[in-house]
Design a protein around this ligand. Sequence first.
Ligand code: HEC
Ligand code: HEC
Length: 456
Amino acid sequence: MRRTLLAVLGLLLAGSLVAASPSDAPGGGLTRALDNRDAFAMPAPGLTSKELRDFSFGNRVFNTNWAVAPASVDAFDGLGPIFNRVSCSGCHLRDGRGRPPVDGEDEMLSSLVRLGVPGKDAVGGPRPHPRYGDQLGDRAIPGVAPEGKVRIAWREQAGRYPDGTTYSLRSPRITFEDLAYGPLGRKLQTSLRVAPAVVGMGLLDAIPEADLLAAQDPDDRDGDGISGRVNRVWDPVARAEAVGRLGWKANAANSTAQSAAAAHGDMGLSTSLFPDENCMPGQTDCLAAPRGGDGPDLRDAHLQKLVFYLQVLAVPDRRRVAPAQEARGEAVFQDTGCASCHTPRQRTGADASPARLAGQAFMPYTDLLLHDMGPGLADGRPDFLASGREWRTAPLWGLGLVPTTNGHSFYLHDGRARSLEEAVLWHGGEGQASRDRFKALSRADREALLAFLRSL
Ligand code: HEC
Ligand code: HEC
């Protein structure tokens, strides 16, 4: 563990970047000048040595390959029985963004398919499929059958800018193979989602609920064609309903709820929040498999350090990618209405915890609200209040670093966009007017806008 910490400190000293003015720092006091492949994986500046030790332990929990129970290291066993990956970092590689499969033969390595059937579960969330639950588990421990395999095929559709420039957009077709627990049936709902980067989670957790509520405009009173609203989800920590903040549909209330749900749903690890194994009633081998000791697989003390780690990851500062274009691009971003949803600045509450998150002004470029993005992006799978066409405004911080940190430039909830430009071109519904203004721009202004996005 000490080696990890030294490596982290060494990388920090190696950085030599221009810092933005403090008032525009993307992560407030958690901002750090970073532009290498570990740009999402560094601690915020100024952590005490005790905090750095907790960060380092949380880092270990995030990167550990969990073992099948019983194993020699009891603290890190209990994987599965059915699961998607053996570690958090398996999907959030270097704390960054996942990608969808390249084609039908490619494996699902950093994305997953959520499942459901019409209706709601006991706490108002998506109703799980009776045989397969709320997510297809494509891996399992020895002696238990994985649920099946996901196959993605891409369909292209051509488009054209008013100036005659052509483009092509792709969208996924999802099919399943090797289903081990019977047919999926005709009422099946699916939602392909890639793993987002995990920086800035503590700041998003700490925006006062009142600020999110005040930004809503469900009946579009101001007549701008944009009517954001909060998702309301079940928070297993408070055991109460709460405003949703994380996940592509703002389907999780906070970093603790999201991390415990990920441990359970993606890796098959029980916690005090989700004490049962993630097996459906008909999955007898899964239900009979040995458990990882008496308590939860992921202990409370370790879950807390994992969450602390996520909350104090540094937010990378902006980089100069094309100085001549960025300022123009930022003005175009305002003029085309992007900022109506991608709210540049947010502020955390004065009583946020841990204390270093309190009173921070930061630049996530999101209102955290749900918006109807039209039929093109719809998944048809409601998630708490979010309809099958609604998505949370994606934060834009760090987007330009994804090629550096994760070696690809796939964007949107299912990674269908192969560039930032394609991500913008997919905006429909409440985002259509803004998208059309983008399409009508001169080529120079379009490129300036994209340069601005790459600098975030
Ligand atoms: C199988 C891949 C996979 C694994 C393994 C995984 N995640 Fe995720 N993670 C995702 C996906 C996909 C989402 C988006 C979920 C959604 O929209 O419902 C996500 C979302 C998140 C978010 C919210 C990010 C945001 O911007 O809203 C956090 C935090 C997170 N995961 C933490 C974790 C932790 C901690 C672990 C390990 C315990 C973990 N994840 C394991 C795929 C994964
Ligand atoms: C009506 C609200 C709205 C407006 C207006 C809007 N967006 Fe978005 N944007 C969203 C939502 C919601 C998503 C997530 C959609 C998804 O993943 O399916 C998103 C996603 C994105 C993404 C991909 C982010 C990621 O993490 O993959 C980019 C880039 C983006 N928007 C840029 C823009 C730009 C540039 C404009 C202005 C031309 C704009 N948006 C206008 C709501 C909006």
